[in-house]
Write a protein that binds this ligand. Sequence first.
Ligand SMILES: NC(=O)c1ccc[n+]([C@@H]2O[C@H](COP(=O)([O-])OP(=O)(O)OC[C@H]3O[C@@H](n4cnc5c(N)ncnc54)[C@H](OP(=O)(O)O)[C@@H]3O)[C@@H](O)[C@H]2O)c1
Length: 287
Amino acid sequence: MYVISGATGNTGKAAAKKLLQAGKKVRALVRNVERAGDLGALGAEVVAGDLSDRAGLTHALSGAEGLYLLSPPDMASQSFLAERARLLADVAGIVKSAAVPHVVFLSSVGGQHETGTGIIQTVHAGEVALRAVGVPSTFLRAAYFVENWGSVLPVAKQDGVLPSFIPGDLRLPMVSTADIGSLAAEALLDGPRGERVLELSGPQDVTPKEVAAVVSKLLGRTIQLVEPPLEAVVPTFTSFGISADVAGLFRDMYQGIRSGRVSFEGGKAEARRGATSLEETLRQLAK
Ligand SMILES: NC(=O)c1ccc[n+]([C@@H]2O[C@H](COP(=O)([O-])OP(=O)(O)OC[C@H]3O[C@@H](n4cnc5c(N)ncnc54)[C@H](OP(=O)(O)O)[C@@H]3O)[C@@H](O)[C@H]2O)c1
């Protein structure tokens, strides 16, 4: 039986469904069972729990062959890095005590770096915490999510422009969350292999201008890419209710993308590519 955290979210739901399709038992950890959607009907055991609830998490992990773990977002946090480092260290300790044999942890491109990557530093802390307790772990370092463009598609529809804090001509890996869920499920089924690093991109690397071209095609009108300066990140993000602390970490991440620090480590890491095209995911998001 595999425990899936974040099972109401993009990657957790995809991982849970992939495992269920493979005939495996899945325990979906959700904070609110009403948000579990069709997971129960598909055969998952849906349990209410929070990663910050020691007793509940320990209970949820009993008998698990593996855990899919993500660092849950908290866009309102005033002290995001410190809070997430604490949470992930606690979770790692609980996983160790519960004798879970394998964790697949959703990390990120750039997750190998301790500093200079903004919000990605959180998942670096998660990797460090799992390594420290010695639980065999697969670090699934995913590229920039294609789904991130979903937040600016309404602007494209309304104003005909696609704002991007990533320079228009910068080619970088982007991946759809469906492919992340699939690879997470595959890695869980592979079981523990000591420390393993999977670096996942989409079918091909793309530029934001190419994203705008696909959006133009989908919307049937020309969508112009606009590139606001980095100084606009914090005011833009805080205007959506994100804390100044988290907004600053996004700015630092975009800076890291621009400088090239947010990139895959290579070396012993296994490079993978997903199968879902940029157009397919953007079409779903644009609906
Ligand atoms: N965006 C990117 O480009 C990118 C790239 C690489 C890695 N990442 C990583 O991907 C993560 C997001 O993954 P995703 O898109 O699959 O997630 P998501 O769709 O944003 O959903 C977050 C999930 O976490 C759950 N959650 C929130 N707080 C929790 C808590 N305290 N305890 C247990 N569960 C909690 C949510 O449950 P509820 O339904 O109860 O809210 C939801 O299921 C980010 O946090 C980041 O670490 C992102």
